[in-house]
Design a protein around this ligand. Structure first.
Ligand SMILES: Nc1ncnc2c1ncn2[C@@H]1O[C@H](COP(=O)(O)OP(=O)(O)OP(=O)(O)O)[C@@H](O)[C@H]1O
Length: 346
């Protein structure tokens, strides 16, 4: 549905060139909720804005539904753009218009009669759950309500794609969840393809099925949500995954509370990650019976990623250094993702 091929965006200022997006290729399939995560300045906004050519790429192809948008004449591009809705962090509503007026605005060139335009706008406001505010003004609405209006407005021309640029970053956690659930519902019920850029892995975890991680203008890792969480390869991806699950925090607390002694070679703190119906518990039992290594679970949780269980355990291994080494290798051989909590930093 969206096929970005070798996209680069170079800004030039005072004769200096700055590459904001550096040779990025990625594919978004119809029906995907595709998350692009990265820290501030990674190039996420610049990249996502190339999808509707709000930001023309310096080089590369933007293929949407089989057409290279960069090659289209202006008039046709304008038509295609109507099928790509966009919402923003700060909502970008028109303050002088009512809520209904905001949703009617993109329909101004439509061939529908005035009555049909109004019916359509009201139907959209109903779809996003805010029809009772139709005659209010944006200043009278909360952030979450404003984002609902922005979503209704973005859907006015029946787009196939919705681009979300930090759409929940200005909202509190509960409102964020309700907006994310609304987006997921629209994705399922209307088969709307969504590209969501965010610095919050939590948002990605809640609704995306695919993820790309950006750093310094490049996509450093991408894959299915489950692959990225179960087996993050890059350091930055591991940071995002651990932050989303609060595991770095948990491990820091366990260290602070002196649950183990870093200088003691007979104990190691281990973070285990597993996906699906894993054999982790039998594996922990085996570690004791086979290697006489005692395992003490200090913290654990199971979350669901697209309805697949994703488990995290922090376990203290106690035994001879050699036995611990063999036990760890045994677990790795059983396909358990295992990370020894770095002793140096303790
Ligand atoms: N129009 C522009 N002219 C010059 N530099 C720009 C322009 N737009 C963006 N940049 C630079 O490109 C880099 C990437 O910016 P971008 O907004 O895409 O990052 P981001 O990952 O979306 O970060 P944030 O979440 O903070 O918006 C930044 O260093 C930014 O300063």
């Amino acid at each position: 549905m969206i096929d970005l091929k070798h996209i680069s965006v170079v800004f030039e200022k005072d004769r200096k060139r700055f590459t904001a997006v550096d040779d990025v290729s990625l594919k978004v399939d119809e029906g995907d909720v595709f998350g692009i995560v990265g820290y501030s300045g990674a190039g996420k906004s610049t990249l996502v804005r190339t999808i509707n050519l709000l930001q023309p790429p310096t080089s590369g192809e933007v293929i949407v539904s089989g057409e290279d948008l960069t090659k289209l004449p202006v008039k046709e591009l304008r038509q295609r753009r109507k099928k790509i809705g966009m919402i923003f962090q700060h909502f970008n509503l028109m303050n002088a218009r009512t809520i209904l007026g905001n949703v009617l605005y993109p329909l101004k060139d439509s061939k529908l009669s005035d009555a049909d335009k109004e019916k359509k706008a009201m139907d959209l406001l109903r779809l996003v759950g805010i029809e009772e505010k139709a005659h209010s003004y944006p200043r009278e609405l909360s952030g979450g309500q404003k984002q609902r209006v922005a979503i209704a407005r973005a859907l006015a021309n029946d787009p196939k794609i919705l681009l979300c640029d930090e759409a929940t970053s200005a909202l509190d956690p509960r409102t964020t969840t309700s907006i994310l659930h609304l987006l997921k519902r629209l994705n399922k019920e209307m088969n709307l393809t969504i590209v969501l850029i965010t610095h919050e892995m939590q948002a990605v975890k809640e609704i995306c099925n695919k993820v790309a991680v950006m750093e310094s203008g490049r996509v450093v890792e991408s894959g299915s949500l489950i692959d990225i969480f179960a087996n993050p390869q890059e350091e930055i991806t591991q940071q995002f995954v651990n932050t989303a699950s609060h595991w770095d925090e948990t491990i820091d607390k366990l260290k602070d509370h002196g649950y183990f002694n870093a200088d003691d070679p007979t104990s190691e703190l281990i973070h285990l990650r597993y996906i699906g119906a894993s054999a982790t518990n039998p594996v922990l039992n085996d570690v004791f019976t086979k290697f006489h290594v005692k395992t003490n679970i200090l913290s654990g949780s199971i979350e669901f990623l697209e309805d697949v269980p994703f488990g995290n355990l922090v376990v203290l291994f106690e035994g001879s250094p050699d036995a611990i080494k063999q036990a760890k290798q045994y677990m790795i051989d059983q396909n358990v993702d295992l990370r020894v909590v770095d002793k140096e930093v303790i």
